[in-house]
Design a protein around this ligand. Structure first.
Ligand SMILES: [Zn+2]
Length: 569
C-alpha cells in the first residue's frame, strides 16, 4: 500500500477526550473514528489489524473443531422471554419496537439465539457434541462508555457455544476451548495469563478469564509466586486459616469514646491515633436473604462475590441510609458489631486479636477494646475480603500472592443446563430418554485484543505492534522521492516483499524524512527499511526494528530475505 494514496490521517497530538494509551494511539494512528459515544468506525489501517486478529481466531477455532455461523444482531424479545432474561438483563440491553409493534433488542450476547437454533436442529445424542461460533458485532448500552474500543457500546466479539450430552463431554469441550485460547493469544504475540474467575451460582473451577498483562490494565490479578494459581480479584481466595476460632484477648473492657463527625477509616485512625489494622470495619448490606453485617479489618476491602456466597444470597447491595439507621440506630459511619442484632459475618482477617476499634452504633461514638470473641456474637467466620499482595496462596503451602494488572480479552465459561433447561433444548440419549443439553460459552473481545496489544507494548513514540497482528509488518521509507535511484530501489524492495506475501507499506509521500520516521513509529510498523542515497552508494539499506529500536545496515540483495525471516510469512 502506498501511503500517498492511503486513507491514513495521523495526528501529532493526543486527542483531548482520550484517557488511555490505546484509545489515544488508535485515534492518532488513524485506526478508528468516533461516531457517537462508545460507537466507532474502523478505518483502513485499524480494520486491517482487526482482520489479522480475526484470522488467527478463525484458524484456531476451526482447528479445535468449532464451526462458524453468523447470527443476527437484531433479536426478537420472545427468545429472551423464554430464557427469562428479558426482565432481568437491565438497561445494557437496548430494546426497541419494529413498525408492527414487535419487541426487539440489539444482541449483547447470543445464548438465546444459538440455543433456539440447536433446540430445533438437534434431537439425538448422535447429533452431539457440537461447537458453533461467530465473529460478529455486539451492542451493550454501557452507562459510561470510555477508553475507546476497550469499553465501547458497539464492539466485535468472537462468541462460541458448545453443546454436549454430559458433564464429561462438556469438560472436554471446555478444555479444547481453553487450549485454543492459549494458542490464539500466543499467536497474536501477547503476554497473557489465564486466571480463575467467579462462576456465580454454577460453582467449580469452570470459568477462566484470559488476561493480557499490562501495567495500565483495569483488572487486578492475584497470582502465586510458587505455584500456578492465578485468579482475578473477584475470585482470588485466601488460604484458609487452621482454626476459625476467634481468639480471646487478654485484657481490657470495651470503652466508649466520643468521636464527633469521625466516620471514615482515615478519620478514625487520625482521631484515635491507631492504624487501619486496628479497626473492625462494619458494612451493612441489604440482600435477598435479609440484612447482613460484613466485618473486615480497616485495611481490607469487602469482596461482594465472596460475601454473597457466605451469606447464601443472590443479590446484595450496600444498605441505604434509612436501613442503616433502622438497624444500627446510628447514621452511616458509626456501625459496629457490639449489640447489633443482625446476621454478622466476620472475615478471616479478624481471627487474630489486635483489632479493637469499631463503631458504637451511636452517632459520634466509637468503641475501643472490642474483642469479637467476647463482645459480639459473630454468626460466621469466612473469606469475605479481596485478596491482596502478600496474602498466603490458597493452593500451595508457603506461596504468597502477588498482584499484577491485566486486561480481560477472553472468557471461557461452563453454562451447564441454564439455557437448555429454560428453553427446552434437549436430546434423546442411547436409551431413548430425554435429557437437557450441557452448554458452555466462550468469548473473545476481538476489538479489545487490539487495544490490549497496544496497551502492552506501546512506548513514548507510539504503537509497537507484535508482528502477527501488525496491519503491515514492513514499511519501506525512501528518504527522497525525487531521487530516481532511491525511489527505484525502494519500489523494487516494496514490490518484492508484497509479491512474497508480506503486507508492506511504502512511504512515497512528498514529506520530510523526520515526518515519515515519526509516522512509521506512531503507527507501530515492526520493521522499517530506510532507503537513502548514501546507503545505496555503499550498497546497503537501514532496517530498524520498532520493538527494540536497533538499526542494522543490510546489503540490498539480502534485505528481502532478512525481512521474510523476521516476519515469518
Ligand atoms: Zn501457590
Amino acid at each position: 500500500m502506498k501511503l500517498s494514496s492511503m486513507f491514513l490521517h495521523t495526528l501529532k497530538e493526543d486527542p483531548r477526550d482520550a484517557e488511555v494509551v490505546s484509545h489515544k494511539l488508535m485515534l492518532r494512528a488513524s485506526m478508528i473514528k468516533k461516531l457517537a459515544s462508545g460507537i466507532y468506525s474502523y478505518l483502513p489501517y485499524g480494520l486491517k489489524a482487526l482482520k489479522k486478529v480475526e484470522k488467527v481466531i478463525r484458524e484456531e477455532m476451526n482447528a479445535a473443531g468449532a464451526q462458524e455461523v453468523l447470527m443476527p444482531a437484531v433479536q426478537p424479545a420472545e427468545v429472551w422471554k423464554e430464557s427469562g432474561r428479558w426482565n432481568v438483563y437491565g438497561k445494557e440491553l437496548l430494546r426497541f419496537l419494529d413498525r408492527k409493534g414487535g419487541e426487539f433488542a440489539l444482541g449483547p450476547t447470543h445464548e438465546e439465539v444459538i440455543t433456539s437454533i440447536v433446540r430445533d436442529e438437534v434431537h439425538s445424542y448422535r447429533d452431539l457434541p457440537v461447537n458453533l461460533y461467530q465473529i460478529q458485532t455486539k451492542f451493550r448500552d454501557e452507562i459510561r462508555p470510555r477508553f475507546g474500543v476497550m469499553r465501547s457500546r458497539e464492539f466485535i466479539m468472537k462468541d462460541a457455544y458448545s453443546f454436549d450430552i454430559d458433564d464429561q463431554g462438556a469438560e472436554k469441550s471446555y478444555d479444547a476451548m481453553f487450549k485454543a485460547y492459549e494458542r490464539i493469544f500466543s499467536r497474536c504475540g501477547l503476554r497473557f495469563k489465564p486466571v480463575e474467575a467467579d462462576t456465580g451460582p454454577i460453582g467449580g473451577n469452570y470459568s477462566h478469564e484470559f488476561m493480557v498483562l499490562a501495567s495500565t490494565g483495569e483488572d487486578i490479578i492475584l497470582s502465586c509466586g510458587k505455584c500456578s494459581y492465578a485468579a482475578n480479584l473477584e475470585k482470588a481466595e485466601i488460604a484458609k486459616p487452621e482454626s476459625l476460632d476467634l481468639k480471646q484477648a487478654p485484657e481490657g473492657a470495651p470503652e466508649k469514646v466520643h468521636t464527633p463527625g469521625v466516620r471514615t477509616v482515615e478519620e478514625v485512625c487520625g482521631f484515635l491515633g491507631v492504624t487501619a489494622k486496628d479497626l473492625i470495619k462494619t458494612l451493612i448490606y441489604s440482600t435477598d436473604n435479609g440484612i447482613v453485617a460484613a466485618l473486615v479489618r480497616g485495611d481490607h476491602d469487602v469482596n461482594e462475590a465472596k460475601l454473597k456466597r457466605a451469606a447464601g444470597c443472590e443479590t446484595l447491595e450496600l444498605a441505604d441510609e434509612g436501613t442503616i439507621e433502622k438497624f444500627t440506630k446510628a447514621p452511616r459511619g458509626f456501625a459496629g458489631p457490639v449489640g447489633l442484632s443482625i446476621k454478622k459475618i466476620a472475615d478471616f482477617g479478624l481471627l487474630d486479636a489486635g483489632q479493637n476499634v469499631t463503631g458504637a452504633n451511636e452517632e459520634d461514638y466509637h468503641l475501643k477494646n472490642v474483642w469479637l470473641a467476647r463482645d459480639a456474637k459473630v454468626d460466621l467466620v469466612a473469606d469475605i475480603r479481596n485478596a491482596q499482595e502478600g496474602d498466603l496462596c490458597p493452593r500451595c503451602s508457603g506461596g504468597t500472592l502477588g498482584a499484577i494488572r491485566g486486561i480481560e480479552v477472553g472468557h471461557v465459561f461452563k453454562l451447564g443446563i441454564k439455557y437448555s433447561k429454560a428453553m427446552n433444548a434437549s436430546y434423546l440419549d442411547v436409551n431413548g430418554d430425554l435429557k437437557p443439553i450441557i452448554m458452555g460459552c466462550y468469548g473473545i473481545g476481538v476489538s479489545r485484543v487490539l487495544a490490549a496489544a497496544i496497551e502492552q507494548y506501546a512506548d513514548e513514540n507510539g504503537i509497537v505492534f507484535p508482528v502477527p497482528i501488525a496491519p503491515y509488518p514492513v514499511i519501506v521509507l525512501p528518504v527522497s522521492i525525487t531521487d530516481e535511484k532511491v525511489m527505484g530501489e525502494a519500489k523494487r524492495i516494496y514490490d518484492e516483499l508484497n509479491s512474497r506475501g508480506v503486507d508492506t507499506l511504502i512511504d512515497d509521500r512528498d514529506a520530510r524524512p523526520g515526518v515519515k520516521f515519526m509516522d512509521a513509529d506512531l503507527i507501530g510498523v515492526p520493521y522499517r527499511i530506510t532507503v537513502g542515497a548514501r546507503g545505496l552508494n555503499e550498497g546497503v539499506v537501514e532496517v530498524k526494528e520498532r520493538s527494540s529500536g536497533t538499526v542494522e545496515k543490510i546489503p540490498l540483495g539480502e534485505v528481502v530475505d532478512y525481512c521474510l525471516a523476521r516476519v515469518n510469512v
